[in-house]
Write a protein that binds this ligand. Structure first.
Ligand code: KIV
Length: 270
């Protein structure tokens, strides 16, 4: 049985100058479609709090939620490397708590790596988890689990002091053993500086061109929400409109009795 992509394979791609692609995914149906592509990595992000659960942010998401959604993806995913987010308060209390919960994401959900938000403050947790043999993906820039400190969903790291802080956080994560780093909503020039300062792959979302890979929320890139169009988002499809058209036609046909027709009904004989 061919295993899913491994961390060494991904690091090799970076060494060869190949860009890495990552999308979020929260369910088996989408994971099966991802299997038919060459996407490198799947992230079961805690953005499932917004996308799947209808919350206004990620703070309500629990480890048990991540295990339910993460294992749904893991059961179907065949090729891409699977990263699962550690939700708010599942790693901030102590390095021991972080390791225990990262272990649950590996054992119960099938994660190949875990992702957590923050810089120097979480370096102890990153070290503990990675020393236990679990790859860790860091996350800097806009970190939605700290929304009450940041204030709003905006670009982070503008100005030399903020840029320097972020750069130091990135270096602290690498020194603690992080295997990759997500940079969310940071100026392109800062993402470039970070990517040049550390050797682990940087994966950008709203971080411009000079990073080692890109990640987008699947539902965003597929254009499900016509009202959500931040500057960094490119929509590769317009599935919101396609779903609406299909559902409207289905409703009309049920009401006017043209569905089901004979073609979609069972006869008496085989
Ligand atoms: O939760 C998530 O989907 C994420 C990505 C936006 C990187 O962290």
């Amino acid at each position: 049985m061919k295993l899913r992509r491994s961390l060494p394979e991904l690091l090799q791609k970076k060494a060869l100058g190949e860009k890495l692609s990552m999308v979020t995914c929260y369910d088996a149906t989408m994971a099966k479609l991802i299997n038919q592509t060459e996407i490198d990595m799947v992230l079961v992000g805690d953005s499932l709090g917004n996308v799947m659960m209808g919350y206004s942010g990620t703070l309500q998401v629990t480890l048990d939620h991540m295990i339910v959604y993460g294992s749904s993806v893991a059961r179907a995913l065949k090729k891409a490397f699977l990263v699962i987010d550690m939700p708010f308060m599942s790693y901030q209390i102590s390095a021991e708590q972080a390791l225990e919960n990262a272990g649950r994401l590996v054992k119960e959900a099938g994660a190949e790596a875990v992702k957590l938000e923050g810089g120097k403050a979480v370096a102890g947790a990153v070290r503990k988890i990675s020393e236990a043999g679990i790859p860790v993906v860091g996350h800097l820039g806009l970190t939605p689990q700290s929304i009450h400190v940041i204030g709003s969903y905006k670009v982070v790291g503008r100005g030399e002091k903020a840029a320097q802080d972020l750069l130091e956080d990135a270096m602290a994560l690498e020194a603690a053993g992080a295997s990759m780093l997500v940079l969310e909503m940071v100026p392109e020039s800062l993402a470039k500086r970070v990517s040049e300062a550390i050797s682990i792959p940087t994966i950008g979302i709203g971080a411009g061109r000079f990073v080692d890979g890109q990640v987008l929320v699947l539902q965003d890139l597929l254009g499900f929400d016509e009202d959500f169009s931040p500057k960094f988002l490119k929509k590769y499809a317009n599935l919101g409109a396609a779903v609406r058209t299909a559902l409207t036609q289905y409703n009309d046909e049920v009401k006017c009795k043209t569905f089901p027709d004979q073609e979609h009904s069972f006869g008496d004989k085989k």
